[in-house]
Ligand binder design. Structure first.
Ligand SMILES: [Zn+2]
Ligand SMILES: [Zn+2]
Length: 364
């Protein structure tokens, strides 16, 4: 099968023919019909996070089940599924309380060193399946805990983004921030995640949703997801603009870029007693500048880190899929381009310019 392989950090993706094993245990073999290009894959392809190489990245997938391992209970060949990088064991305290995003035993879902590798290259060397999904490939072997059945009617590209961009963004607003009807929210950075935060805040009933970005094109797009106000951070002081629109600060400020400067701005955009939610992945060693008295103690603000939208994928993905079918969740405008796998390097170059919402591989 065809796959985009990483052999060296910063060396880009190489399209190769790999072998994929038969499913064992609770593994499901999926024919990948759509695979979203997330910014995190670019981080993993260029920065050393300890991932063994060679490796296959990709974690936003949707497709059709081809075969299932002997212990699989929830899926059968022919099922339409979406996958996610969230790995959970379903036995620990976090999983049993439904907070599967807190599970620390997700590595159990991978094959052990005594088992044959899921992926091998042309000379028989093992290729590491990152996130347990390895979705930049024609087929993926995924533990059933990382898959969710899809309703009929949702196209594969739209379904592929549910497993990362949508659960992370919408979940940050709905699960982590617990936005309430009438609240005000500001979202800094309106890429794939930020647009979904706006969707989540809109679904939760926020009255004012302010999108902040440097691109007017992206800010216009943000309106189609529910932004009621837009602020170009390059034109004047964005903190003052948000304070003005909200009459003293937002209830919730979401930082979806991952920069220390915008993190401090997010904090200062919230009202007395407001909260700032940190979603963007920060460069290693990043520090947040906080004036203890003026930024936090006197205004009684909360700073909260959010990972994967505090999502329980088995509960949340079917809900988002249904809301899409009802026309209440915009996924169509999230998909900016569909490409063949050969264009993956060009697509990531284009993503660096900041103009693309989501590119999806749909041809191998
Ligand atoms: Zn992602
Ligand atoms: Zn667990």
């Amino acid at each position: 099968m065809r796959a985009a392989v990483i052999r060296g950090l910063g060396e880009g993706f190489l399209v190769e023919d790999l072998s994929i094993a038969e499913p064992i245990g609770r593994e499901v073999l999926v024919e990948v019909r759509a695979s979203g290009l997330c910014h995190s894959d670019l981080h993993f392809a260029t920065i050393d996070f300890g991932v063994p190489l060679p490796a296959v990245l990709g974690h936003e997938l949707a497709g059709v089940v081809l075969a299932v391992g002997p212990e699989v209970q929830g899926f059968a060949p022919g099922d339409r599924v979406a996958g996610s990088l969230v790995q959970f064991c379903s036995r620990c305290d976090a999983c049993l309380s439904g907070e599967t995003y807190r599970c620390r035993s997700g590595a159990e879902l991978m094959r052990g060193p005594d088992q044959p590798p899921r992926l091998t290259d042309a000379v028989g060397e093992a290729v590491f399946p990152v996130f347990g999904t390895a979705a930049f490939a024609e087929r993926a072997l995924v533990h059933e805990n990382q898959l969710v059945a899809l309703p009929d009617g949702i196209p594969f590209p739209q379904a592929s983004v549910l497993g990362c961009a949508t659960i992370t963004g919408a979940g940050a607003a709905i699960n982590a921030a617990r936005v309430r009807p009438g609240d005000t929210a500001v979202v800094i950075g309106v890429g794939g995640i930020g647009l979904n935060i706006i969707s989540g805040a809109a679904l939760a009933g926020a009255e004012k949703i302010i999108a902040v970005d440097l691109s007017d094109e992206k800010l216009e797009l943000a309106r189609r997801f529910g932004a009621t106000h837009v602020v170009n951070g390059g034109a004047g002081d964005p903190v003052a603009a948000v304070q003005e629109i909200t009459g003293g600060g937002a209830d919730h400020a979401f930082e979806a870029i991952g920069l220390p400067a915008t993190t401090t701005q997010a904090l200062r955009m919230t009202r007395i007693g407001g909260q700032v939610l940190l979603i963007g992945l920060q460069p290693p060693g990043s520090r947040m500048e906080i004036a203890m008295m003026d930024d936090v103690i006197t205004p009684q603000r909360t700073v909260k880190g959010v990972f994967m939208g505090s999502a329980n994928i088995k509960r949340d993905i079917p809900v988002y899929a249904e809301l899409y079918l009802q026309g209440r969740l915009n996924l169509d405008d999230l998909i900016s381009r569909e490409i063949p796998v050969e264009e993956i390097n060009d697509a990531y170059e284009l993503m660096k310019t900041g103009q693309i919402a989501r590119t999806v591989i749909t041809r191998w």
